[in-house]
Design a protein around this ligand. Structure first.
Ligand code: PEP
Ligand code: MG
Length: 876
């Protein structure tokens, strides 16, 4: 039996989104509810997929069905394609399962040709209107379907106006419009090498192909990747009879929302134009009236519209975004959908709908996109100022927020300038751990290289600082203190602005406003917390970040990266002494100097977190990261350390590795130098003992050994930890418990998780390294070639941002099972960047982890994502 690819509006309903797209399903639903909808049909998403499978061809079967449905449609609306007395004209619009700006524009008035235009003129008694519609159609078809440039058409209109000595389009009469059509068609022939298609069916097929093609245009591909919409969904095409909002003073067209999409306020919000067609409202050439004005102008139409809008909102139980047209005093609904809204509006609407008894709390929790909350947590650009600003370049949207400041090129300058009260944006080729203080001082960070898990991106997200990374178009000249972008130079001290949510870079200062957290936000998050089953921790390396995470509702710290504590100027010297030491005794001496600092940091964190779990991860990066690279720094630091330049060079050379990410790092450092683990254990245990005593608490330290791949290596380090810890606890006469666990971030650790669990009391999945090691590509460099993978549809999304469920995820799931088989009470969490990514959080919920841990600013997002995961897939 042949497959059905085409559906009349009267054959569908709202549950057929997958097949008919959102627009098609809603048109069908409104039709079913007896609302005034110009009738038509929807070509299904499966037809789109088939089009691609057939090598971008509409096959005969689908073509046959489209022709068949044109016939059915003609019967239903009582008009015929190309008819001289009563022509059928249609609009053609794309409509995917999820609403997708970035796809094809609408085509209106399709079906017009030299005969039909006369029919339209006779029917309306308005030849000017008919020919105006015709010339618009030729223009729109050429632009949208054939991808010709608009400007040449505009030029022809301008020439005509000049020849006639008039200024406005409205001053052109019917004959002028007729002449324009002739000129437009001539231009079409010249550019396309063939006549403008006069057969409405041919026009329609071309338009349908254009919609299918638009599914794969660059804008759509980028939008899909950002929103994790699968490529194989395809788009539907809606063919709908035209209603003419431009057929006189008793006609019009508009858009309206049942609630204010920017504030969520409950009132009809929207605008309309009299005597106009859809695109006129969007084009912004004429200033539309607010929808309330319609009440005076056409009270009956207004009342009917309000009644329909109210019904639609009740029906969909959500704020609706509707398009309508009035043709000679009669209202037609062209579309309805759940309206897009700001985060603040989303929260208010969700909370209000619960209060109005329309939805329950769980439904409300599902209504807000977790990622959207982000905009409520960072400073934002002033909307009007942003609109007026010019985008000079684009990088990866690495860490959200709005930043505006003066350009500086070094971390030291960032710090110095900030200390004297300047707002700065730090521009670097890439950042490294030693830039940390400058990064913290900057309003925003812009890098030329690096992907979503590059140092700059990870650290910036951790700090809640705006970051745009990997803008390869920038050419930096550090010496001349300037960079070039788009042929223009930007010098140190000049203002730029960054939008960390879009990756946009602006060449001027744009005003920002502080984000505020309203009462709705709190109430809404209480519901999320009520329904989630995963705990949400944060990654924090210092008391300030711990406090930030705590303020956002963090229930613990899932990852405290201790190396960040060593980079501060006061400590790095002792660290370097440790690294250049020739023997254990000297190393221990240097470590003794670091101990009080580290212990102090831990005490600060424990004081913020109290008895909530704090997972302290032992030293992880390769030691060379702590040593200088520039010749002048090497000389200075050798001097500081009291060694020769040659000796420091030797140390640096000896630490050089071809693949540092797979080199001497993680627990491998503690295997080589157990004294490092001894010092860190002293710092953790003493800090906990002190804070327990001071505040009368019962803190249970969680000590985490990184980069383990073999149980014996974990055991080796653990023995050092346990010996040191037990001695300290006994000496203090205390009865303090502590746990020793490990990160699972090397595939071998996942594969042997049953053995590792014999030694580990908890696992934390380090999915940054696990992704890197499983795919075998560098987390710092993959950004450079992943774009080719997206372009060629090899990958649909960044595996460092959204967990690769089929590969890396399989390792996580397996390790969790193996680990729990050995030790049923094994604690399980994730602390890689995926811990704050909604789809990855859902995955963590499904595979039974206990918690996710993410940067402090993503804690509310993870809380909401965890709640949604639990509501959608409740655990037993
Ligand atoms: C990880 O690898 O996922 C992790 C959290 O550790 P880091 O990013 O510090 O390597
Ligand atoms: Mg790691």
């Amino acid at each position: 039996m042949s497959k059905k690819y085409v559906y009349l509006f009267s054959e569908g309903n709202r549950d057929m989104r997958e097949l008919l797209g959102g627009k098609g399903a809603n048109l069908a639903e409104m039709t079913k509810a007896g609302m005034p909808v110009p009738q038509g049909f929807t070509i299904s998403t499966e037809a789109c997929t088939q089009y691609y499978n057939d090598g971008r061809q509409i096959n005969d079967e689908i073509m046959g069905q489209i022709y068949e449905y044109i016939g059915k449609m003609e019967e239903i609306v009582g008009k015929k394609f190309g008819d001289v007395s009563n022509p059928l004209l249609v609009s053609v619009r794309s409509g995917a399962r999820a609403s997708m700006p970035g796809m094809m524009d609408t085509i209106l008035n399709l079906g017009l040709n030299d005969e039909a235009v006369e029919g339209l003129a006779n029917l309306t008694g308005n030849p000017r209107f008919a020919y105006d519609s015709y010339r618009r159609f030729v223009q729109m078809f050429s632009d949208v379907v054939m991808e010709m440039s608009k400007t040449e058409f505009e030029k022809i209109i301008d020439e005509m106006k000049e020849a006639k000595g008039v200024k406005m389009d409205t001053e052109l009469d019917a004959d002028d419009m007729k002449a324009l059509v002739v000129k437009f068609k001539a231009l079409y022939k010249e550019k396309m090498g063939k006549d403008f298609p006069s057969d409405p069916k041919e026009q329609l097929i071309e338009a349908v192909k254009a919609v299918f093609r638009s599914w794969d245009n660059p804008r759509a591909n980028v939008y899909r990747r950002m929103n994790e919409i699968p490529y194989d969904w395809g788009t539907a095409v809606n063919v709908q009879a035209m209603a003419f909002g431009n057929s006189g003073e008793n006609s019009g067209t508009g858009v309206a929302f049942t609630r204010d999409p920017s504030t969520g306020e409950k009132k009809l919000y929207g605008e309309y134009l009299i005597n106009a067609q859809g695109e006129d409202v969007v084009a912004g050439i004429r200033t539309p009236f607010p929808i309330s004005h319609l009440q005076e102008q056409m009270p009956e139409v207004y009342n009917e519209f309000v009644e329909i809008a109210t019904r639609l909102e009740k029906h969909y139980k959500d704020m609706q975004d509707m398009e309508f047209t009035i043709e000679n005093g009669k209202l037609f609904m062209l579309q309805t959908r759940n309206g897009k809204r700001t985060a603040a509006a989303a929260l208010k609407i969700a909370v209000d709908l619960v209060d109005e008894g329309m939805i329950d709390e769980k439904t409300a929790v599902l209504r807000v996109e977790p990622k959207q909350l982000d905009s409520l947590l960072h400073p934002q650009f002033d909307t009007a100022a942003l609109k007026a600003a010019e985008v000079i370049g684009k990088g990866l949207a690495a860490s959200p927020g709005a930043a505006c400041g003066k350009i500086v090129f070094t971390a030291e300058e960032a710090k110095e300038w900030a200390e004297r009260g300047e707002k700065v944006v730090l521009v670097r080729l890439e950042t490294s751990p030693e830039d940390i203080e400058g990064m913290a001082a900057a309003e925003g960070i812009l890098t030329v290289r690096g992907g979503m898990t590059s140092h700059a991106a990870v650290v910036a997200r951790g700090m809640g600082t705006c970051c745009v990374s990997g803008c390869g178009d920038i050419v930096v000249d550090y010496d001349a203190k300037k960079f070039t972008l788009g042929g223009k130079e930007y010098k140190e001290g000049e203002f730029i602005s960054l939008d960390g949510s879009t990756g946009n870079i602006y060449g001027a200062a744009i005003a920002t406003v502080e984000a505020s957290i309203s009462g709705d936000f709190r109430r809404f998050m209480e519901w999320a917390d009520k329904y989630r089953q995963l705990q949400v921790f944060c990654n924090a390396d210092n008391p300030h970040d711990a406090q930030q995470g705590s303020d956002f509702g963090s229930e613990g710290i899932g990852l405290c990266r201790t190396e960040h504590m060593f980079f501060e100027a006061s400590r790095i010297k002792a660290m370097r002494e440790m690294i250049v030491a020739d023997n254990t005794a000297d190393r221990e001496k240097a470590l003794e100097k670091i101990l009080p600092y580290q212990q102090g940091d831990f005490e600060g964190i424990y004081e913020v977190m109290g008895e909530r779990p704090v997972t302290i991860r032992y030293l992880d990066p390769p030691l060379h990261e702590f040593l200088p690279t520039k010749e002048e720094d090497i000389a200075e630091i050798a001097n500081e350390l009291g060694i020769t330049v040659e000796k420091l060079h030797n140390v640096i050379d000896s630490l050089h590795e071809f693949n540092p990410m797979m080199g001497h790092r993680g627990c491998r450092l503690a295997v080589a130098y157990p004294e490092i683990a001894v010092m860190q254990t002293k710092a953790v245990i003493n800090a906990a003992l002190n804070v327990n005593k001071k505040l009368g608490l019962h803190i249970v330290p969680h000590i985490m050994i990184p980069l383990v791949g073999e149980v014996k290596e974990l055991k080796f380090v653990k023995d050092v930890v346990v010996k040191t810890a037990d001695e300290l606890i006994a000496a203090a006469g205390a009865d303090m418990k502590y746990e020793v666990g490990t990160m699972i971030e090397i595939p071998r650790a996942a594969l042997t998780a049953d053995e590792i669990a014999k030694e580990a009391e908890f696992f934390s999945f380090g999915t940054n390294d696990l992704t890197q090691m499983t795919f075998g590509f560098s987390r710092d460099d993959a950004g450079k070639f992943l774009d080719y993978y997206y372009e060629n549809k090899v990958y649909e999304s960044d595996p460092f941002a959204h967990i690769d469920q089929n590969g890396v995820g399989k390792l996580v799931e397996m390790a969790a099972k193996l680990g729990r088989a050995t030790r049923p009470e094994l604690g399980l969490g994730i602390c890689g960047e995926h811990g704050g990514d909604p789809t990855s959080v859902e995955f963590c919920h499904k595979v039974g982890l206990d918690y996710v841990s993410c940067s402090p600013f993503r804690v509310p997002i993870a809380r909401l994502a965890a709640a949604q995961a639990a509501i959608k897939n409740p655990r037993a």
